[in-house]
Design a protein. Sequence first.
Length: 157
Amino acid sequence: MKVARITLSDRASAGVYEDRSGPEIERILGEHFAGPIEWKRVVIPDERPQIEETLRQLCDAEQCDLVVTTGGTGPAPRDVTPEATRAILERELPGFGEIMRVQSFAKVPTAILSRATAGTRGRTLIVNLPGNPKAIGEILPMLVPAIREAIRHLHGE
């Protein structure tokens, strides 16, 4: 399976701090998927054109089975991940964002501010996650069954 993880952060991409969210995504998916995973690792700033181009490249040219983004899903002016994702999607799967918000809201009332989404482009599933490693650890494991099923459908199984 080929999986890309994109960390969207102005500061992490500039080397101001270490990316901890991307490695957390790898840890969790590595625990939940059997077989080898070929990882594509990207850290870029919150720039919508760059995000869109990176997503297109990973879906169309690299033909990743799964692309997981982390960061840029809040209400701040530079949080543009959902807009960039929707711009390149063929089909949106809003249930991912809905369940992430519902589950997170029980622990963190400000989770309602998240605008994360998911969808497909070609045979690739794209899922937006929050930028906080702790939130990733709480949310991503519960998404694994749906991720697994979506990938099977995208591959015609």
